[in-house]
Design a protein around this ligand. Sequence first.
Ligand code: NJP
Length: 245
Amino acid sequence: MEWKNKTVVITGASSGIGEATAERFTGEGANVVLAARRKERLENLQHKLSDTPGKVAIKETDVTSQQQVEDLIDFAINEFNQVDVLFNNAGLMPLSFMKNRKLDEWERMVDVNIKGVLYGIHAVLPHMMERNTGHIITTSSVAGHEIMPSGAVYSGTKFAARIIMEGLGKEMAASNIRTTTISPGAVATELTDTITDKEVQDMFKNSFDFTPLESKDIAEAVFYAVNQPKSVDVNEIIVRPTQQG
Ligand code: NJP
């Protein structure tokens, strides 16, 4: 597929999987809009990608604000005329045991991991339907397929994101709009920095005896999904480290 003049909007682009995916697509010549709250990180990434074939624009965005997500899509259309791919990737994972009652963290996960995805779909769908083309991708998780202690709410949000995407895919089947859910296993990113539950922090220190994936491994899966012929819709991808159970 020719990526020149195609536009990819990525939320959660200031680090980890979003950052690596931005790099993958600008390397192919796509225009990429980087969105996240940490503007300085976006500016640094924009600078880092300045000599890649694609153009890079940044938009400070908090995905818990419906208005900011609408503004993000409007910005991308103004800047590059169209949105071909929306990657709903922003997320956080403050795992905790339910007995520790971290209500504010539960609410933040619902706001970012579920409502942020819905705001993205809501904002981009009219544009994609008008053009009868487009690809919406959402980062779920292996935690969107299975549950472990401390992951009740995180898994709940990732199950929800995955099922919302499945429903969207079924509704869009008659159109040329494609949908993909990416479910990573453990990836070495900043994601675990949001864990404040001491018991979970201790559990994590003692339990991992395998090498996690790198963000670029997930970027490759995203690229695979969107790079298929128009008649092929890759709806679900699970990518685990080989040794993760
Ligand atoms: O983690 P990290 P990942 N509004 O912390 C952004 C899923 N996943 O790359 O706003 C807008 O480096 C935040 O930006 P900032 C995971 O659930 C991962 O691993 O500047 N953006 C940052 O760019 C998530 O959905 C693993 O702080 C907001 C990004 O989100 C996705 O992968 C395993 C935001 C997080 O980047 C990317 O996470 C798995 C907001 N309100 C699923 N809040 C894994 N790493 O092991 C956060 O199964 N962000």
